[in-house]
Write a protein of this length. Structure first.
Length: 176
C-alpha cells in the first residue's frame, strides 16, 4: 500500500481575461470522501472541471500540483486524458438534460460507456446498463433504458448520470 494520495491539488487557480475565478484551492484525497461546500458561484463546479481537464481553452488553469495517482494532470494531452476520463476519473454533471445526448436512449448511452471502457458485445453492454440502472434504483430499467433524456424527470436524469459514471468503475468520482 502506498502513502501517495489518489488526488493532490495544491494552489489551483483558474482565471480568464485578468479575472480570477478560483484562487489557491488545495486538498489531498485518498480513498475517503471529500465534499466541497460553498455558495452558488463560489467555484465548486469550476474546480471539478479543472481537475477533469474540461474547462474551455480560454481559461487559464495554474496549479503548483494537480496530480491523480502520481500522474501530472497539467501535462496531459488529449489522448492521455481520454485514457483517464471515465475509466479512472468519473464526473457526474449537475444538469442531466445538458449532459445526456438528446438523440440517444439513456440505455444506449450507459451501454456505450461500458463498451468504451470494457469492450464486449452489445448484449453484454446492454445487460450491464440494465443492471446499473437497477443499482441506482430505477424502477423498470428495461423501459427506462428505451427513453430519451427529455422523457425522464430531473431526479431520474440524475440517477442515469450516476449510472453512466459508475458503470466505468472509476477510482475517483467527482459529483458536481
Amino acid at each position: 500500500m502506498t502513502d501517495q494520495p489518489l488526488l493532490s491539488v495544491r494552489d489551483l487557480s483558474v482565471s480568464v481575461a485578468g479575472s480570477t475565478l478560483i484562487r489557491d484551492v488545495g486538498f489531498t484525497l485518498g480513498r475517503e470522501r471529500l465534499g466541497l461546500v460553498g455558495e452558488s458561484g463560489s467555484g465548486k463546479s469550476t474546480t471539478g472541471r479543472a481537475i477533469m481537464g474540461l474547462l474551455p481553452r480560454e481559461l487559464n488553469v495554474r496549479a503548483a500540483e494537480l496530480a491523480f495517482d502520481g500522474i501530472d494532470l497539467t501535462a496531459l494531452n488529449e489522448p492521455r486524458w481520454a485514457g483517464l476520463r471515465g475509466r479512472r476519473i468519473g464526473m457526474i454533471l449537475q444538469d442531466p438534460l445538458q449532459a445526456l445526448n438528446p438523440v440517444m436512449t439513456v440505455g444506449r448511452q450507459i451501454a456505450e460507456t461500458y463498451r468504451t471502457h470494457f469492450g464486449g458485445s452489445a448484449n453484454t453492454a446492454r445487460d450491464a446498463a440494465l443492471a446499473m440502472l437497477e443499482r441506482v434504483h430505477i424502477r423498470d430499467p428495461a423501459r427506462v433504458a428505451t427513453l430519451y433524456a427529455h422523457q425522464i424527470s430531473g431526479g431520474m436524469g440524475q440517477r442515469v448520470m450516476i449510472a453512466c459514471a459508475l458503470i466505468a468503475e472509476p477510482d475517483l468520482l467527482i459529483a458536481d
